[in-house]
Design a protein around this ligand. Structure first.
Ligand SMILES: [Fe+2]
Length: 224
């Protein structure tokens, strides 16, 4: 009896592990592609910080809320709520705006509109309210943000800014968030499994495209 109940659990764990490894590989690839800050012009560095701010400041809490609304598991909601709690209580958007302004990289209308199509795709994906895919997308987002922080801080440093509260906070606390989000993914899969023909990585792929647009800017569209 115990063998029967144990078997699916073990399978799920290895399945989650393999998903986490795939996400880690996608993040590794994105980080490896980052251009050296000193090889960029000041305007290129400003653009990356500005586009990152344009996407993150107004959307991170919105997207985590979308995942919260989408999930069916009663055990997952407190995990996502804890993440939202910290975002709101510690006013992470205030930290990010302070970071961008200090680096003289507060986004302009051109910065925001240069990533508009890719941003819209992620918003529309989350609007489908697919629990598992939404949680996986946010796990990927947290993991990437955590890895991107040192680079973002380097960009700001090259722009003459020493403001580091945002990058310091996110380089640390998001490690826990990422682990909790994979636990949430496992719990949501058990309660609300995706259909066999659904694409588990739908949101991850769209967010990855948006991240490339943040880093590459308008050149991304011209090169595509
Ligand atoms: Fe945050």
């Amino acid at each position: 009896m115990s063998a029967i109940t144990l078997a699916p659990q073990l399978q799920d764990e290895s399945y989650i592990d393999s998903i986490q490894e795939q996400i880690a590989a996608i993040i590794d690839d994105l980080i490896a592609q980052l251009p050296e800050p000193e090889r960029l012009t000041s305007e290129q560095r400003r653009g990356i910080i500005a586009r990152y701010s344009a996407v993150l400041e107004g959307n991170f809490i919105y997207w985590m809320t979308a995942a919260y609304i989408a999930v069916k598991s009663d055990e997952v909601r407190p995990i996502l709520a804890e993440n939202l709690f910290e975002e709101v209580r510690d006013a992470h958007p205030v930290m990010l705006r302070k970071f961008a302004v200090a680096a003289h990289a507060f986004p302009t209308d051109k910065d925001a509109l240069s990533i508009d199509a890719d941003l819209r795709n992620v918003r529309l994906f989350l609007g489908k309210l697919q629990g598992v895919q939404s949680v996986l997308t946010m796990a990927f987002f947290e993991g990437w943000i955590q890895r991107f922080m040192a680079y973002l801080a380097d960009l700001a440093g090259a722009q003459g800014s020493s403001e580091r509260e945002y990058t310091d906070v996110h380089g640390v606390c998001d490690i826990t968030h990422t682990a909790e989000l994979y636990r949430a993914l496992s719990l949501e899969m058990a309660v609300n499994p995706i259909s066999p023909d659904a694409d588990l990585f739908e949101g991850v792929d769209l967010l990855r495209t948006l991240i490339i647009a943040i880093v590459q800017g308008p050149d991304h569209n011209a090169a595509a």
